[in-house]
Design a protein around this ligand. Structure first.
Ligand SMILES: Cc1cc2nc3c(=O)[nH]c(=O)nc-3n(C[C@H](O)[C@H](O)[C@H](O)COP(=O)(O)O)c2cc1C
Length: 342
């Protein structure tokens, strides 16, 4: 097994069975959706359909980027893809760098036969653009996987905890500016759980991106996951110390919406309940994504995954109704800061 495949296996095992969340505050509990006892709507009027990257989702929900590269990853990806297809939500694949190194691993990302209509994101680490991977390589990947969009992920904290990590992020903005126009689908930048703050969002807004995904602090922590994989005591100590470090999801959503007023903002990072998801939509996100909860559900099989999606979407619909929002866009602004002094 290659080093990357070995790492992917460890990541999946840890995420399914380990304690990989930081427990840090996503900041969302500082906001409260505004309940309307007189919503002046029929529940049946609520329409959750949302257009992202040129495709219409039945609800503003995306299964976050996770895996690929091994036989087990293929099994997981295909369950996630079937769930996304049956429920009309989006699916983001995990980093496909391994496909550029070992083309035979492409089958672990192959989902188009079971998910022909799904909004599908391919994924690459942006830092790989500093390691010889080009915009044309990314374009080839997108075509090979039949993806509708590409996520470039930023993960400096994760890479710094991994002793084998790629830590040269110098000049990456310029590399992305060169690469993005070569990619024939909408390109997004995402974090992996440490969030995108105002300064980063402002820099990213100068790039020809379709949008951003926050992946803020509050859920899965890649500093913690990398710590759990390490035998080196100082790598372990750094990962544990920095597990909740970064930009909380609520702050990240506000920062990204401000920097990207007319582009797509996907909220993610620790979204575990429909109330948290709806709060992100009210704070300005166009759609929401979650990773770990869908991995856990898919580990129990397709029925469990469908039940998890159905529960989220059903409750989101009710939340729109009782806040008087006919659509997710109408939810925007229907939120109040919680007064903690009382
Ligand atoms: C098993 C697993 C693998 C992941 N692999 C990737 C990846 O390859 N690329 C990426 O951009 N994000 C990856 N992520 C990060 C997620 O896309 C997401 O940003 C992060 O987990 C925060 O969301 P959550 O709190 O809902 O899990 C992975 C997450 C998990 C749980």
């Amino acid at each position: 097994m290659s080093d990357i495949a070995h790492r992917k296996t460890e990541h999946l095992d840890l995420c399914r069975d380990g304690e990989v969340e930081s427990g840090a505050d996503s900041g969302l509990s500082r906001y409260r959706l505004v309940y309307r006892a007189l919503p002046e709507l029929d529940l049946a009027d609520v329409d959750l359909r949302t257009r992202i990257a040129g495709k219409t989702l039945r609800a503003p929900l995306i299964i976050g980027a996770m895996t690929g590269g091994t036989d087990e990853a293929r099994r997981v990806n295909r369950i996630l893809a079937q769930g996304a297809q049956l429920r009309g939500i989006g699916l983001a694949l995990g980093s496909a760098r391994i496909v550029l190194e070992r083309p035979e691993s492409a089958s672990s990302f192959e989902v188009r036969d079971v998910a022909p209509d799904v909004l599908l994101f391919a994924n690459l680490g942006a830092v790989q653009l500093n390691r010889g991977i080009t915009g044309d390589d990314a374009a080839r990947l997108v075509e090979l996987l039949g993806a509708d969009a590409l996520n470039l992920h930023l993960n400096p904290l994760q890479e710094a905890i991994q002793p084998e990590g790629d830590t040269c992020f110098r000049g990456l903005g310029e590399r992305m500016a060169e690469a993005i126009p070569r990619i024939p689908v909408p390109v997004f930048v995402k974090e992996v759980g440490a969030g995108i703050g105002p300064e980063t969002a402002a820099l990213l807004a100068c790039l020809p991106l379709a949008g951003v995904e926050t992946a803020g602090v509050g859920g899965t922590s890649w500093a913690r996951i990398e710590a759990l994989r390490q035998r080196d005591p100082k790598a372990w100590a750094a990962g544990m110390a920095l597990a909740g470090f970064g930009v909380p999801t609520a702050e990240s959503v506000l920062a990204c919406r401000e920097a990207f007023p007319d582009r797509t903002v996907i909220a993610s990072g620790g979204l575990r309940t429909p109330v948290e998801m709806a709060t992100c939509l009210a704070l300005g996100a166009d759609a929401v994504a979650a990773a770990l909860p869908f991995l856990k559900a898919a580990s129990e099989g397709l029925d469990a995954l469908l039940a998890a999606i159905d529960a989220m979407v059903h409750t989101l619909r009710i939340l729109c109704f009782v806040t008087g929002a006919r659509t997710p866009v109408e939810l925007r602004g229907r939120v109040a800061a919680v007064d903690r002094s009382r």
